[in-house]
Write a protein of this length. Structure first.
Length: 385
């Protein structure tokens, strides 16, 4: 049977035929119904399609899906006595031990760990499980991770997309198949997938205004190549808008937007040294610069090293502001002035929105959270010679 035999989606056809078999007791109460894999092979469709049909049957309480065992025709008399049927999830979220796959580029103490903490706590609260796979920013790894997690049988996916000029075909397949999916940290242009991120434009605008208030007008913006990554693009736009609102001309000659050593697949000693040397040369060529806006914490560390190599002081000679900075209450690290993203809340909402999508509930297409300005040791008033 092909997926294009009529205008009705194949998952609805599968749903109708299995439902009919249940109602006519071709499949009796308590009897196992075909698995996602079996249905996919029988109807010559993808597992995303067969999974959707089974989810619709479960939503109508015609079947019970039991992780590791399969799907069974619901038995009204046994339903209340089966402990596997009882969930303690919060109101409007019903999980029945769902498994959520998380695909993330990488994580560390500056960014990412809080996201995972928020997701893991939400998975506990909603009686489901989180399965993690890192991609290191490589699109091919992302595609493989999606395929493998689907083969594993996850019920939903949270994806922190790899940096690149395009979204991979596997994500597009998920969207077309209406598989429960939430994107984190960025949204993909032209793709109707739910996403959650920081309001990067507003956060960058506030950070830039903070530097303006300290008297800085010659600010060097430091970033990796934007490559159509919405988080980077939005921070650039916020930086530009802040200049426009204050009537300060944007001087792109002061920018350095080709730093790559902090990207997961380029993170090595040679590239780090190359980027530091690049910043040293840039500062020597632009002595008017009094502040550096680093788009992320690891770039701020590169900038700090470059400034110190020149024998300059932070913040007396040059101020540095960035996004995110690890907590220093345990005595480690350097306290940069930074925009702190609400990672744990972002992670919690991402997981709960996947569960809501599974339950057939509508979720916002795009959720953006505010970031908080946290003053540190790296910024001060501009020094007038």
């Amino acid at each position: 049977m092909a997926e294009t035999t009529s205008s009705k989606p194949m998952y609805e056809k599968i749903f109708d035929e299995v439902k009919e078999s249940i109602l006519t007791e071709a499949y009796k109460p308590g009897e196992r119904v075909p698995s996602e894999k079996e249905l996919a092979e029988t109807y010559s469709v993808s597992r995303i399609t067969s999974k959707k049909a089974l989810e619709m049957l479960a939503a109508e309480r015609l079947i019970v899906r039991k992780p590791g065992r399969g799907s069974f025709v619901a038995d009204a008399s046994a339903e209340q006595s089966d402990p596997g049927m009882i969930s303690t999830a919060p109101a409007t979220i019903h999980s029945d031990e769902k498994t959520i796959g998380l695909i993330i580029t990488d994580f560390g103490n500056s960014y990412g760990t809080g996201l995972i903490y928020g997701m893991e706590q939400a998975s506990r609260d909603n009686d489901c499980f989180l399965v993690l796979r890192r991609t290191f920013g490589i699109p091919e790894n992302e595609e493989q991770a999606i395929q493998k997690l689907l083969n594993l049988g996850v019920d939903g996916l949270i994806i922190f997309p790899a940096q690149g000029e395009y979204f991979n075909a596997e994500i597009l397949k998920l969207v077309i198949g209406r598989f429960p999916l939430v994107l984190v940290d960025r949204h993909l242009k032209g793709v109707a997938a739910a996403s959650i991120s920081t309001d990067n434009l507003q956060a960058a605008l506030e950070a830039t205004e903070y530097l303006f208030d300290l008297g800085h007008t010659h600010i060097s913006f430091l970033s990796p190549p934007p490559v159509d990554t919405t988080a980077v693009e939005d921070r650039i736009e916020g930086f530009i808008q802040a200049h426009a609102q204050r009537g300060v001309m944007v001087d792109k000659e002061l920018w350095v937007s080709d730093l790559t050593s902090t990207l997961p697949k380029f993170f090595n000693a040679d590239n780090i040294e190359r980027d530091i040397s690049r910043l040293v040369t840039h500062l020597q060529s632009h002595p008017s610069v009094t502040a550096l806006f680093a788009i992320e914490y690891n770039i701020a560390l590169l900038a700090k090293t470059a400034v110190e190599r020149l024998g300059l002081r932070i913040p007396e000679d040059i101020s540095i502001i960035c996004f995110d900075s690890p907590p220093t209450h345990l005595g480690g690290g350097y306290a940069f002035t930074h925009m702190r993203q609400n990672e744990e809340e972002m992670g919690r909402i991402a997981l709960e929105n996947v569960l809501r999508i599974m339950n057939g509930e509508a979720v916002p297409h795009k959720v953006m959270l505010e970031a908080e300005l946290v003053p540190g040791n790296s910024t001060g008033p501009v020094r007038h010679n």
